[in-house]
Write a protein that binds this ligand. Sequence first.
Ligand SMILES: [Zn+2]
Length: 111
Amino acid sequence: MPRTGLLDFTKIRDAIHFQTVLDHYDLKPEKPGTKQVKINCPFHDDSTPSLSINLEKGIYNCFGCPAEGNVLDFIAEMEGFTENRIYQAAKYGLELIGEDPQDFRKDNHHP
Ligand SMILES: [Zn+2]
């Protein structure tokens, strides 16, 4: 059984770079190479790029629909996770970057 509370989601959020996630879903920024990028929103029918992502802060928000959040919210939305969505997104994201969830437990302290 997954023990949801023990994962350090902040640390996981920091470990998963938004660009890696965009590449994974083959989402191309309008103007790559900047820290603030725009893409066609995958969460609504979008003809002009209205989803803004701050790659540095790892957060996004859309000007055409209510979509907003951090990189884990983004994965959860993309994958349609509903139950334990952040936990599932964290596991998915760690798999994506080839990291072991064991290394991101709150009780696993790295000085
Ligand atoms: Zn949208």
